[in-house]
Design a binder for this molecule. Sequence first.
Ligand code: KG4
Ligand code: ZN
Length: 352
Amino acid sequence: MKILGIETSCDETAAAVVEDGRRVLSNVIASQIALHAKTGGVVPEVAAREHVMKILPVIDEALKVAACTLKNRDFGLSDIDAIAVTKGPGLISSLIIGTETASVLSCVGGIPLIEVHHILGHVYSNWLSIADEIEFPVLVLTVSGGHNELILMRDHGKFEVLGETLDDAAGEAFDKVARLLDLGYPGGPKISKIAVSGDREAYNLPRAWLDKNSLNFSFSGLKTAVLDMIKKQNFKKGKMPKKFRQDIAASFQEAVCEVLAEKLFRAYKKFPDVKELHLAGGVSANLRLRQSIAEKIANENIKIKFRYPQDVSFCTDNAAMIGAAGYYLALKNIKRYKKNTNVIPSASFKIF
Ligand code: KG4
Ligand code: ZN
């Protein structure tokens, strides 16, 4: 089954064609990073305007690369079996460009429309381009700019949120600290780049463990601690030394990674029948985070499969993950649709 995925929840206009929830036939992303770098963050109206300009060319490109056409399914001409689109959460003015476009294509083409929760999309990014089978139950740590969750996934469609952030998400903390260090937007990749040359033990920054059994996260105190540390130095504007920046970046990154890895293991200890640990979302691109989790697995001598997205473009927002999630949602409902091939369905194919 070929699914056209569409994602416009924040600042990436993305479309992809994914076959059977795994094979990525195309994955086109028009990033707005350069545009938002000027303002140091995403301005919703600016993002929405850019989505309007990019959405159709991006969809065209995704179909072209995948060698697919999007004509009326009931005349047997479309190669696409369903369209999956991010319904939310995200910036409403951005989301609406993707959902409206998907609705129109669905109505005109008579192609089922699947609405996908953005975080469910991130969860399924670990299904993309893998050759083996994922074994349930799976513990998923989703770490992004807008969300931070620990999810126990017992099967497709069976999710339990074990913990979430009480304030800032991990990616948001990276972005805010990068701004304090005058590194620009988006902060995560910039901090991880300079952290390589820094000393991660240079500054003793706080770790918010919360109470002993808590699987929730909190990163706003850490961000404030970095701000206090910078203020104490009293550097003149624009004169923050390179070494200081590198050391703060490394120490900050270490504090975030330590908490994320530790909480993932706390959850694992509560559910020892878990077969796999998954990392997903923009921050899953962070090499130190991957390393911290791998080190913990090695130190504790646990036999468990640890996955993160196969390609770095599957970590940050993309439409391939939406296509993959859409496939597993569609599996439950597609038979019903196929029995009535004469009926052009309404624009709704909701399972979630
Ligand atoms: O998943 P995503 O693209 O968007 C949301 O759903 O929020 O995640 C974006 C976040 C940003 O905060 C960005 O700074 C962070 O992911 N990020 C990273 C890295 N690459 C992206 N954070 C740490 N290290 C990275 N290498
Ligand atoms: Zn995301």
